[in-house]
Design a protein around this ligand. Structure first.
Ligand SMILES: [Zn+2]
Ligand SMILES: [Zn+2]
Length: 100
């Protein structure tokens, strides 16, 4: 009766450019990496990105462009703070830094 395949099948797209991964397969990027990788996982700070163009190698890719990485961190800090009802101080306790 109630099948939820429609929602499950929703196509994943690159969080930055919206491409669907054709020709440049999508990869998961942890918004807060290094020691905060697991926390990124826990709080859902993970986005699909074109592996080459937007994740690792492109001029505007998150691992090559500090401004892009920072914008993503700021956005997800605000998202997590709203979801968890955290103050900036509480966020810094968990993620080590204020990005806003
Ligand atoms: Zn990454
Ligand atoms: Zn992309």
């Amino acid at each position: 009766m109630s099948k939820k395949s429609r929602a499950v099948k929703r196509r994943r797209r690159c969080y930055l450019c919206g491409r669907n991964g054709n020709g440049d397969p999508l990869e998961e990027h942890h918004v807060f990496g290094g020691p905060y990788r697991m926390k990124s996982e826990r709080y859902g700070a993970k986005v699909p990105l074109c592996g080459f163009r937007c994740h690792r190698e492109g001029k505007e890719s998150v691992h090559r462009n500090a401004a892009v990485a920072l914008a993503l961190k700021e956005e997800f800090q605000l998202k997590i703070m709203a979801e968890q009802d955290w103050t900036v101080e509480q966020f810094v306790e968990e993620f080590g830094k204020n990005y806003t």
